[in-house]
Structure formats: structure tokens, C-alpha cells
Write a protein that binds this ligand. Structure first.
Ligand code: FE2
Length: 178
């Protein structure tokens, strides 16, 4: 027997946790755009990754609009958002900001981690929306979740190709880092 879950749809605490979660996701997406744009500017020999990132920057702008709309529903002024990235993502961001000999590999690992962090975040927000009694926001959050899952998979699918090209270019004495 599964115990019935308590009805928390009127809980002020649950509502506040949901709003904080939405604000954190908003910060995370803003951070994502910065990270991706920096990589797009620097990539020279891996146009497939650049293209993937350009596509996901556009998607991420849409995800930020979705979060803005939900927050607006709660009377949260988006201009007041602090947009502080969480500690974990700050560290991954730092990793992606330091140019290294294997920059393209490190950035690919960081992008993969970032997308999976976002997948977990949206999955959690969907659960919060349900528990908080705001199921009407679930379709928008699910749309963003699907975009993150697709992007994580596309990054995953490029790891082998990027690694092989990196090794080939290094072995030939060509510029391989980015
Ligand atoms: Fe993303």
C-alpha cells in the first residue's frame, strides 16, 4: 500500500520553494547563454558543435521566456531576479572559461554536465508544479525539458567525433584546441 501523499497545494512553503526553483532555473539559463556564446565565438575546427550551440542558444532564449511568464504569474518581477548561478554550475562555468590545450574536450564535457543538470532541474520543477497545485505550468516546463534532453543527447553523440578529430589534428601538428 502506498500512503496517500498529503495535499500541499495550499502550502505557502511549497509555493515559495517552487518560485525559488523557477528563479534558479532562470539564472541557470542566463548562465548557459553566456557559456555557449563564449564557445561559439572561439570554436574554429568543430563547426558541428558550434552549430549545435547556436541552435541551443535560440532554444534557451525561449526557455527563459517561458520561465519569465510563469514567474510573472506569481507576481515576481523578472527585473528583480538576481540571476546568481548555483555553486555547482559556477564551478562548471569556471571550467569552461579557462582556455586549455584540450579546450574543446573540456567544454564538451562541461556542456554535457550542464544539460544534464538542467534536465534534473526541469524534472524537479515539474514535480513542484504538480505538488504546488500549478499543473497548468507543466506543459511549458515539459517543453523545455524535452529541449534539454535532445541537446544532451546531441552533445553525447558528438563526443566520439570530436575526440577523434582532436587526436588527428594534434597528431598532425594542427591547431586542435578549439
Ligand atoms: Fe540547455
Amino acid at each position: 500500500m502506498v500512503a496517500a501523499t498529503a495535499d500541499l497545494s495550499n502550502s505557502e512553503t511549497v509555493r515559495n520553494i517552487f518560485i525559488t526553483g523557477l528563479q534558479n532555473a532562470h539564472s541557470l539559463e542566463k548562465e548557459a547563454i553566456q557559456l555557449m556564446n563564449r564557445q561559439i565565438e572561439r570554436i574554429e575546427n568543430y563547426p558541428e558543435m558550434r552549430q549545435l550551440l547556436e541552435q541551443h542558444v535560440r532554444e534557451t532564449e525561449g526557455q527563459i521566456r517561458r520561465l519569465d511568464e510563469i514567474l510573472h504569474n506569481f507576481g515576481e518581477d523578472r527585473s528583480l531576479l538576481k540571476d546568481m548561478a548555483t555553486q555547482v554550475m559556477g564551478n562548471i562555468a569556471a571550467m569552461a572559461h579557462v582556455p586549455m590545450a584540450d579546450e574543446i574536450l573540456k567544454n564538451t564535457f562541461a556542456n554535457h554536465a550542464f544539460e544534464n543538470f538542467e534536465i534534473a532541474s526541469y524534472r524537479s520543477l515539474i514535480t513542484m508544479a504538480e505538488v504546488a497545485g500549478h499543473a497548468k505550468f507543466i506543459p511549458a516546463l515539459e517543453e523545455s525539458l524535452r529541449e534539454e534532453q535532445k541537446t544532451a543527447q546531441l552533445i553525447h553523440d558528438q563526443i566520439e567525433m570530436i575526440t577523434r578529430r582532436y587526436l588527428e589534428r594534434e597528431a598532425q601538428g594542427l591547431k586542435a584546441d578549439r
